[in-house]
Design a protein around this ligand. Structure first.
Ligand SMILES: C[S@@+](CC[C@H](N)C(=O)[O-])C[C@H]1O[C@@H](n2cnc3c(N)ncnc32)[C@H](O)[C@@H]1O
Length: 380
């Protein structure tokens, strides 16, 4: 099968990390955009990106692109795409049959058509009208688990019609059974760990572990576990051109740098520890984990180091953060973690400055609308 261009979407700021991850999976980068990384791959390559990428949010196939300066052009173009004789296996005319449920979402940037709900509705109307004309019946809309998760993206009056391969975002890992007050997104946790340059060998400690996301992602890296190993629903698996591909991609070995990795988590809140225990057990990492109630600033480093310290301290509106927390964290790292690597996710970019240590790398990242920072430190 020939290669084509796909886009792996991600949180703003994670583009370079996702591009590096895809390259490591043997997928050739093909241009960044804000919140997305293009790559060239055949169909098994795209399935590998879905199965193996820890930092991407979605993997999209571009089915078509056309001018859409107004509603009428959008409607006509989508109708024509469904009505066209089936060409490539990944074309709307071969995919959008009445038996396949679908959903449409839309985005719009610097375009005359701006109401994204209206754009999605018009696209849906065009699609079902064309189906009725072609087959005499139409497909159902299914917003929860559609066979075809379509996205229409308008940029400067040009529309791209995209197919979301997995159907739902790749951060639905399946291990987060219990949450705390401010859990971090799985991809952000994984991206921070990947960006740290950590070699995957433990021990790993998160002294403010909350619901355990950083430990769960670190454990999966060390043990060579696919990020979405617990997920059973993959929209592409229901599409003919992809049939059987997941099975062969799943059989590909993933490097496991530390099969005996130890994961240590502390938190002041018993409820956080209960959530972490539940989640790490669900992630298949219970055997590797030690969790204890403790104060981040008092607990000694775990045995077997140096290793990796990963931490996402409380911040801002969601949890009140003590004013001197970053200075104390800096002191802790300087005094007790010499030789370790550290990765900090700072909810408030200004706070990292109070650390009193110079990060090796500082990565601005947007956690939704909130600007955050990934700080990487080598503690010599
Ligand atoms: C932003 S949350 C961490 C969220 C976590 N990364 C997750 O994904 O669930 C910060 C956590 O730090 C804990 N915490 C705050 N101060 C602490 C301290 N001095 N020692 C240990 N834990 C602390 C809070 O109870 C909270 O669970």
């Amino acid at each position: 099968m020939n290669e084509r261009r796909w886009v792996a979407t991600c949180s703003r700021g994670l583009e370079e990390i996702v591009a590096a991850e895809l390259s490591a999976l043997g997928l050739a980068p093909a241009g960044h955009e804000i919140g997305g990384v293009g790559f060239l791959a055949d169909l098994p390559g795209a399935v590998r990106a879905c199965w193996r990428s820890r930092a991407a949010t979605r993997v999209l196939a571009e089915l078509a692109s056309f001018p859409a300066p107004d509603e009428e052009s959008l409607y006509r173009a989508v109708r024509a795409l469904v009505a066209a004789p089936p060409a490539a296996p990944l074309s709307l005319s071969s995919l959008a049959t009445p038996e396949r449920s679908f959903a449409v979402s839309a985005t719009s940037t610097r375009s005359r058509l701006r109401d994204t709900r209206w754009i999605a509705l018009k696209t849906k109307d065009a699609l079902v009208d064309a189906q009725r004309a072609r087959w005499g019946r139409r497909a159902n809309v299914d917003r929860e688990a559609p066979d075809l998760a379509l996205r229409i993206r308008l940029l400067e009056d040009r529309a791209a019609l995209l197919l979301d391969l997995a159907g739902t975002p790749l951060d639905r890992r399946g291990y987060r059974l219990s949450t705390t007050v401010a859990p971090m997104r799985e991809q952000l946790a994984a991206a921070a760990l990947l960006a740290s340059g950590w070699n995957g060998r433990g021990p790993v400690v998160d002294p403010m572990c909350g619901s355990g996301t950083l430990l769960a992602e670190a454990g999966a890296i060390a043990l060579g576990l696919a990020p979405n190993r617990l997920r059973s629903e993959w929209a592409f698996d229901r599409l003919e051109p992809f049939r059987g591909l997941l099975r062969s991609v799943r059989a590909e070995p993933i490097p496991a740098p530390d099969p005996e990795v130890r994961l240590h988590g502390y938190d002041l809140e018993p409820t956080a520890l209960t959530a972490a225990a539940t989640n790490l057990e669900a992630a298949g990492l219970g055997r590797h984990t030690t969790l204890a109630r403790g104060d981040a600033f008092e607990e000694p480093p775990p045995p077997g180091g140096p290793g990796l310290l990963a931490i996402n301290p409380p911040y801002g509106e969601r949890i009140a953060a003590p004013a001197d927390q970053w200075r104390r964290l800096g002191d802790l790292l300087k005094q007790r973690y010499r030789g370790w690597k550290a990765v900090l996710i700072a909810g408030d970019p200004a706070l990292g400055k109070q650390l009193g240590l110079r990060p090796t790398r500082r990565i601005p990242v947007w956690n939704g609308p909130v600007e955050a920072r990934i700080l990487i430190l080598d503690l010599w």
